[in-house]
Design a protein around this ligand. Structure first.
Ligand SMILES: *[C@@H]1O[C@H](CO)[C@@H](O)[C@H](O)[C@H]1NC(C)=O
Ligand SMILES: *[C@@H]1O[C@H](CO)[C@@H](O)[C@H](O)[C@H]1NC(C)=O
Length: 465
């Protein structure tokens, strides 16, 4: 490591930080895997208190610098030749693990005239700590090779949230009829409880209008080895019924907060604790703690399970629901002295973002437990009442809805004889009244609505018993 001083980049990042407080909204940045490849210089600063800080406010002077090279497919190499790994995190940020340290940061962005400019050759202030979540510092970063050019430095995306007048969900029997007449795979029904509710609430329940899937990676080709592994798996699986035993915690309701990512994350950890302990431990974990306290997500505006079931649970641990009950609003963080559940390990299925496919998901599911997935919610999905969902392409002209990115939990898979479709069985967080007792099935093997593109697994640590 070489000594360094605060420089112009630091000032730029500071300005961007002011323009976009880190916890105010699901961040509208849009960067790609190819932006990450190359050599990065990480500027380390502000060690004391880094663990509980946002790292964005009050940048101290740089203390050290580190150059880390990121190369295909997921190899990180430091200045001394030590090899580690890295992953893109959706289109939002990245995590690097090398020489015993984990580096995590979001990409910076700014908003000019309603247009978002992503600075994909930079890392906005983030956190670095050792793999045991100790020795915390803050850092920001700059890709130095290939150097930024104007053409590649700025990825411009028009993500301005439209200022539509407040709209309320209306009863639309024609849309339900149209879905049911067009296809036989799944049934739509009206949900009277939605009528009169603000559209923005329904959009938040489905991930929030700002968390759209712009481009999800195409699932990777299935290799011969993976094919052979998958052939050893059962034809059907359901963690709610493994020889008559249920390992899945009850369905919950996220309410009007865009906290699906927190519910999918806690649901995965809850189920995996039941599996690891043969149901002798059945904690219900606290999504409110995540909404209120996590700097790795954006409260009721969204977040990502890699950073919550994985990184946040590893770095901070998650309390039980009883000790931090759900409110469904962005409330201030309250420190609680109670026992927490941690994650020992986490990864995108396949090892890094972009390496997922259907047989790998099944392999992880059967061998280790439910997996968190993101998928694209179109307006026909909210009317789902049963069957195997495939997107109809129909749009609800009464209740125009932005496509959103919703996070849910895959608990099983199978083949539906009546429709002839392979499906995933998925736990939602819209209450037990919705869908098939709070669950839905969705076509499997075709990356339906991008559900096979970004699955996440995390391994929780039970309490000593
Ligand atoms: C923003 O819009 C205003 C008015 O249309 C224009 O004068 C200004 O140049 C724009 N700024 C940028 C950075 O594009
Ligand atoms: C798991 O729990 C079930 C039900 O209580 C019990 O029958 C079974 O023997 C347990 N399995 C192990 C490996 O302890």
């Amino acid at each position: 490591m070489a000594a360094g001083t605060t420089n112009a980049l630091c000032v730029l990042v500071m300005l961007l930080g002011v323009a976009a407080p880190p916890t105010a909204a699901d961040i509208p940045v849009n960067c790609m895997y190819s932006d990450l490849l190359g050599s990065w210089r990480f500027f380390v600063f502000g060690a004391p208190g880094a663990r509980f800080s946002t790292c964005s406010d009050g940048l101290g002077p740089d203390t050290t610098q580190e150059v880390i090279k990121l190369q295909k497919l997921n190899t990180a190499i430091d200045e001394h030749g030590n090899k580690g790994t890295f992953t893109l995190i959706y289109n939002q940020g990245f995590e690097v693990e090398v020489a015993g340290y984990k580096w995590f940061a979001f990409f910076p962005f700014s908003k000019i005239n309603g247009t978002v400019i992503s600075y994909c050759d930079k890392a906005r202030p983030g956190w670095v700590h050792n793999i045991f979540a100790q020795q915390w510092s803050c850092f920001y970063g700059q890709r130095i090779d290939p150097p930024a050019e104007t053409s590649t430095r700025l990825v411009v995306a028009d993500l301005s949230s439209k200022t539509t007048p407040r709209q309320f969900f209306k009863y639309n029997p024609d849309f339900v009829d149209a879905i049911n007449q067009l296809q036989v795979f799944w049934k739509a029904r009206m949900y009277p409880e939605y009528v009169g509710k603000p559209m923005e609430m329904l959009e938040k329940r489905a991930g929030g209008s700002r968390s759209r899937l712009f481009k999800s990676p195409v699932p990777v080709q299935v290799s011969e080895d993976v094919k052979r592994l998958a052939d050893t798996l059962p034809d059907t699986w359901d963690w709610r019924d493994v020889n008559g035993v249920n390992f899945v915690s009850p369905v919950r309701d996220q309410g009007r907060c865009g906290s699906c990512y927190a519910f999918a994350s806690t649901a995965m950890l809850e189920s995996r604790i039941r599996i690891i302990t043969n149901n002798t431990q059945q904690p219900i974990l606290s999504p409110q703690q995540i909404v209120s306290c996590s700097h790795y997500s954006q409260g009721c505006e969204g977040g990502f399970p890699y950073l919550i079931a994985g990184k946040y649970a590893q770095d901070f641990g998650i309390l039980e629901e009883a000790n931090y009950p759900y409110k469904g609003v962005d409330a201030p963080c309250e420190v609680q002295p109670h026992a927490r559940y941690f994650s020992s390990n986490y990864q995108y299925i396949g090892g890094f973002y972009g390496a997922c496919n259907e047989p790998l998901m099944r392999f992880e599911l059967v061998n280790h437990g439910p997996v968190a997935v993101s998928f694209q919610v179109y307006d026909d999905f909210r009317y789902y009442s049963g069957g195997v969902y495939i997107h109809t392409g129909l749009h609800d002209s009464f209740n125009p809805f932005e496509t959103t990115n919703h996070v849910v939990l895959v608990v099983g898979y199978g083949h539906d004889a009546s429709s002839g479709l392979d499906f995933w069985t998925v736990k939602n967080s819209w209450g037990e009244e919705w869908g098939e007792d709070g669950y839905f099935r969705i076509r499997r093997g075709n990356d339906e609505c991008a559900i096979e593109s970004i699955a996440v697994a995390a391994t929780p640590i039970p309490q000593l018993s």
